[in-house]
Design a protein around this ligand. Structure first.
Ligand SMILES: [Zn+2]
Length: 509
């Protein structure tokens, strides 16, 4: 597939756009004095031109009182109103030393914090009282059985919010804690170390519930708008590196007060492995730094990150805290440019769908083969053999399929937002951006359950880590069976139509 940048750009009017850029340049090189002086001069000129009202609102991030002719809706402010929105943020950095997850080479617990980990949440309630909550987590993933399902049941019981209305989006930081029932044998951990992980999981789930409830309690009238920016540090990591497809788009949801005067929060994404770092320290990595940067720039706002389809994308070069901070600034800045310009208003209608489709494994190993692998020279292969043998003995057979989670949200007529489980390669986002018919098509990976890599059909055929061998680390019995890409995309199309979204006919793509 040919490489190309994200196709969605913010709606803008050329005159207002030029004014807005003049007012909002916030390069670190600009001193606040210089910025204020320039703003004063430009504002004086605009007063004379009768453009002050519109521009002042844009300068603080709100919608213009009189939208540009090419903006969506007759009045951007009214079109994006009717929502209630709320945000939450709870620190989830482990309080006791424990193993970090993401790299198998670590052989001791992590205890030093370089950058705090958070669960950040955004709740959106539409005009009919339907509430959806996106949960951004500075974690390697989201185990379904021990985390997403447990929390969902609790939230449904206490608040009546159904499973499909909760989107668990992990940032995939490789400097976060090990999770129960996920990548369980990647690290060389003792039974005592595992007990620490299980105990921590219970505590972590309670903190995430707290973050969700904070957002629900914070629900208040709001304007909701959408847009998309661009950020270029993700690089396709499959050989030859840097040549393959990528998705540099930065989808952004902005929530302001009803008068548009203050940004209360934003939800933004990026498709790239969150793996600048991988040492013995807690760190949200570039995504964590991006959220912190945005929250510093917009006091009182919460910036919720969700990872796109970046399974075959790496931040390169990497491996220093300075680089993680730099990529965080780049992404935060890209997001800030979007929220400070005119965006597309989102009508107050939220619909959600969630399903599980059974993805088939290619070929299940025989018991003899599994027993042979118990003697493998590879620690990961031995660990997988142990897990599979246990399944075989307790269940009588290995499951030939995995219940793969697919979720779609439709927000107004503006955003079709897909959330896929697992480590999803970028071609899914590029394909869905073509196949779904919406002004904004957002595709989140690492969502709701992270059980394996999800290769495209092309990568599955080519093999390598994302197409085949990573299944050993994830303790899955074999690579996926051919046909998974069409199956997943087909499920997305079905759910999208079920909630009133639009899909393109094959001839329209
Ligand atoms: Zn990964």
């Amino acid at each position: 597939m040919r490489s190309r940048p994200g196709r969605h750009q913010p709606v803008r009017n050329s005159t207002q756009s030029a004014v807005c850029l003049a007012l909002t340049s916030d390069s670190p090189l600009h001193s606040s004095f210089t910025r204020q002086a320039r703003q004063a001069i430009v504002l004086a000129m605009l007063c004379a031109a009768g453009l002050l009202c519109t521009t002042l609102q844009q300068a603080v991030g709100g919608e213009p009182a009189r939208p540009a002719a090419d903006a969506v809706g007759p009045n951007a402010t009214e079109a994006g109103s009717g929502w209630k929105a709320g945000f939450g943020r709870v620190r989830i950095t482990p309080e006791k030393p424990m193993f970090a997850s993401g790299y198998g080479g670590r052989d001791k617990p992590t205890e030093v914090t370089v950058h705090e980990l958070y669960a950040r949440t955004a709740a959106l309630q539409d005009a009919d009282g339907n509430t959806v909550v996106v949960i951004g987590l500075d974690l390697i993933g989201v185990p379904d059985k021990t985390m997403a399902s447990v929390i969902s049941r609790e939230i449904e019981k206490k608040h009546g919010i159904p499973r499909e209305n909760l989107m668990f989006a992990s940032s995939h930081t490789h400097s976060g804690p090990a999770l129960d029932d996920m990548l369980s044998h990647m690290m060389a951990m003792s039974p005592e170390d595992w007990q620490v992980v299980r105990d921590h999981q219970l505590l972590l789930n309670q903190k995430v519930i707290q973050a969700i409830e904070e957002a629900i309690a914070d629900l208040a009238p709001a304007l909701v708008s959408a847009g998309s920016g661009n950020c270029g540090f993700a690089s396709n990591r499959r050989y030859p590196r840097g040549i393959g497809p990528y998705d540099h788009s930065v989808p952004v949801l902005r929530v302001t007060t009803p008068d548009g005067s203050r940004i209360r929060g934003m939800v933004y994404g990026y498709a790239c492995h969150n793996t600048v770092l991988g040492m013995y320290t807690w760190n949200g990595d570039y995504a964590g730094y991006a959220s912190s940067w945005l929250e510093d720039r917009f006091p009182g706002a919460v910036a919720v990150f969700h990872a796109g389809c970046g399974a075959d994308q790496n931040p390169l070069p990497r491996r220093t805290v300075e680089l993680a901070e730099k990529y965080g600034r780049m992404l935060g800045y890209a997001c800030s440019l979007v929220v400070r310009e005119e965006m597309q208003p989102v009508a107050p209608k939220a619909r959600a769908a969630f399903s599980r489709t059974d993805l088939a494994f290619d070929q299940l190993p025989t018991e003899a083969r599994i027993r042979e692998n118990l003697k493998s020279s590879s620690r990961y292969e031995r660990a997988r053999a142990g897990v599979l043998l246990e399944q075989l003995q307790s269940q009588g057979s290995l499951s030939p399929t995995y219940p793969y989670p697919v979720q779609v949200w439709q927000l107004g007529d503006t955003i079709t937002w897909v959330a896929l489980g697992g480590e999803v390669v970028v071609e899914y986002a590029l394909r869905l951006q073509q196949e779904l018919d919406s002004p904004q098509v957002w595709v989140t990976g690492y969502a709701n359950d992270v059980m394996a890599y999800i290769p495209s059909e092309r990568i599955l055929a080519a093999g390598g880590y994302e197409g085949d061998t990573s299944m050993i680390v994830y303790q899955q019995p074999s690579k996926w069976k051919t046909g998974l890409e069409d199956q997943i995309v087909g499920e997305v199309r079905k759910l999208t139509e079920a909630i009133g979204g639009q899909v393109k006919a094959p001839s329209d793509r």
